[in-house]
Design a protein around this ligand. Structure first.
Ligand SMILES: NC(=O)c1ccc[n+]([C@@H]2O[C@H](COP(=O)([O-])OP(=O)(O)OC[C@H]3O[C@@H](n4cnc5c(N)ncnc54)[C@H](O)[C@@H]3O)[C@@H](O)[C@H]2O)c1
Length: 307
């Protein structure tokens, strides 16, 4: 597998590091800043003898080097600064996304694309529209991250390992994120049996605000360790064709009564990309929230036409 990571900023370079360390394929790291991806690739090659991985990475500013990619991860774009919402990035990152797609897709017409740049749901739609690729091969990373954040907050609250916690979030990457208490478990016990409603709501709200909390602490830039781990979890499911079900910003075709919009839903990932959107048994409230999130994203995507 050849994996291109576009953008060698914090998320791109940590994703590249995890991909190389796990030996998931030949990694091509590209950025517009001269020397940056080359320097990171060289640094990662020099760590190979210590960490014991094969140094299968190239850093470049030339899109010709990305040709023949099986998977393209797009992290190019501005991150949030304190006080900014993800939506404040829309117009600047839309221009970057158009540029990236125009450059990367012609050389890799059979690729799968994972979008990471924010605002995530809208950038995923834009990448799909501009690329003309089949929609099951263009999707976004947000739900794996939001779910991991929720799992950590639950683990911290209950004093258990995050590995003992299962939880999934759906909807949009932002205020319309939907947590599913009935699906969340700790060592197999449903979460609502372990904490009261007020605690549940507090944990869900902290998850919704999870990115902003880190932005405020860092004071410059946004999270990247958990985001890059989330990207690589998706890449692994695709490359190893695991058919794992992960929360993914995927194109809907009638599932949950939602059509023709990208929104966070559980998706089976494999070598074909999104191979199935899995329909969980949601109650009316959860279903209503998911549909509302989808309509919010649809409206914002319509705004893209004016940019
Ligand atoms: N989906 C998520 O859950 C999630 C999580 C974290 C960050 N993000 C988003 O990912 C993006 C990257 O975050 P970061 O922290 O790595 O930012 P960063 O500023 O560290 O890196 C961005 C990189 O993109 C590069 N870039 C800009 N324009 C480019 C172009 N046209 N072609 C190629 N490269 C270009 C920049 O030179 C820079 O190196 C941001 O939009 C951020 O909001 C999303």
């Amino acid at each position: 597998m050849k994996i291109t990571v576009v953008g060698s900023g914090f998320v791109g370079q940590t994703a590249a590091m995890r991909l190389v360390e796990k030996g998931l394929g030949e990694v091509c790291l590209i950025d517009i800043i001269e020397g940056k991806p080359e320097g990171i690739a060289l640094d990662l090659k020099q760590a190979a003898a210590i960490e014991g991985y094969e140094p299968r990475i190239v850093g470049t500013n030339d899109y010709a080097d990305t040709a023949g990619s099986d998977l393209v991860v797009i992290t190019a774009g501005f991150p949030r600064q304190p006080g900014m919402s993800r939506m404040d990035l829309l117009s600047k990152n839309a221009a970057i996304m158009r540029d990236v797609i125009a450059n990367v897709v012609p050389g890799s017409p059979d690729t799968i694309v994972i979008v990471v740049s924010n605002p995530l749901d809208e950038m995923t739609f834009l990448a799909a529209r501009e690329s003309g690729l089949p929609r099951e091969r263009v999707f976004g990373m947000a739900g794996v991250l939001d779910s991991a954040r929720l799992r950590w907050f639950i683990a911290e609250e209950l004093g258990v390992s995050p590995n003992a916690v299962d939880a999934m979030t759906l909807g949009s990457h932002g205020d319309a994120m939907i947590a599913l208490p009935r699906q969340a478990t700790v060592n197999g016990t449903p979460l609502p049996e372990l904490v009261d409603e007020a605690t549940l709501q507090r944990l869900f709200q902290r998850t919704r605000d999870g990115g902003a909390e880190i932005v405020a602490l860092l004071k410059a830039g946004s999270a990247y360790y958990a985001p890059s781990a989330s990207v690589v979890a998706m890449a692994l499911a695709i490359i190893r064709d695991t058919k794992d079900v992960l929360p993914v910003c995927a194109w809907t075709t009638g599932q949950y009564g939602i059509s023709d919009v990208y929104v966070g839903v559980p998706a089976r990932l494999g070598r074909g990309g999104v191979e199935e959107i899995v329909e969980l048994d949601l109650n009316d409230e959860e279903l209503g929230a998911l549909r509302e999130a989808a309509e919010g994203i649809r409206a914002k995507c319509a705004d893209l036409a004016t940019l």
